[in-house]
Write a new protein. Sequence first.
Length: 157
Amino acid sequence: MAERIEIREGDITTLAVDAIVNAANSSLMGGGGVDGAIHRAAGPGLAEECRRLGGCPAGEARITGGHNLPARYVIHTVGPVWHGGRRNEEQLLAACYRNSLALAAEHGLRTIAFPAISTGAYGFPPDLAAFVALEAIHSFLATHSLPEKVLLVCFSR
């Protein structure tokens, strides 16, 4: 199963994969960090499609087209804001990964790329976020054939 997961450094908006995951805010209308970068790279069609979705609660995921991105789709998921671990943040973060992977599988997608969800402005400790992500991904892949490849993309400033 380890061969199905790859960690790399780079810009998620440049990847020609079936889907990239957007660490979105609950409005899905773009913001800072990777969310803003994805919206800028995808162009105005993404914002229009997101507007029609009407938002997304924390832990859930929604799918749109990739528009001007090399990726065919964008899977938007809303990570938790870190409050010291007192508000089910770990469970919500794991749900982001599980629900994104489930959407990819439902749509027959073979490759998906994730950013480090909730580790920027939302303040989730990066080491704990990495542990939660890998545990959720491993658990999902153990019982599903799709996606075939999961990329974890770290952005370096």
